[in-house]
Design a protein around this ligand. Sequence first.
Ligand code: DC
Length: 211
Amino acid sequence: MTQLLTIAIDGPAASGKGTIARRIAARYGLRHLDTGLLYRAVAVLCAGDGIPLADERATGERAMRLDPADLERDGLRSAAAGRGASVVAAHPAVRAALLDWQRDFAQEAPGAVLDGRDIGTVVLPKARAKLFVTADPDVRAARRWRELSKDREIAYRDVLRDIEERDARDAARTDAPMRRAEGADLLDTTTMTIEGAVTEAIHLIDGQLAG
Ligand code: DC
């Protein structure tokens, strides 16, 4: 039986983990799942159905009925969807509903790169390679602000506050908090270009796969 190659990439918002995960998937010929999209879709669907995001039971039930097509919906990348995602992601019922989906995705040949907050700790603790990608909050906020201000006027301080609130909620929750997994290499992209970060990520992963 050929061994599956699974790679876990975790880290906070705008750390560069999404771009790194996509590029790593292309480099190793793997499929890629941005797991944040699952939580974003649950938040957007609940808001559309009038389900309060604080209602664990109802949001958990909605998460159980998530369909792959829901990940293609418009609006999932908005700041509001990210905030809502961070709120529903604190509910154990929502996390439990999305766990098998993520694991099933990773178990299909030839394997996959998953990026999120708890991939190396909970979803794929036995991943063959793990990275925790981070950067200083002000640098992450500046990156996110540049992206969002292409479409509309938005204040940098609001983006920074949003990032700080999200970091705090994602790291403080009891169920699967965001943290560096055992065995994960730390990649701090604060002073790196995205090309430099991808090169370093490949270097670290090649090292883990060889080790
Ligand atoms: O990576 P992102 O910004 O799209 O994630 C949105 C929110 O979803 C994030 O603030 C926390 C939650 N999330 C999570 O709890 N676990 C994951 N594996 C991925 C995302």
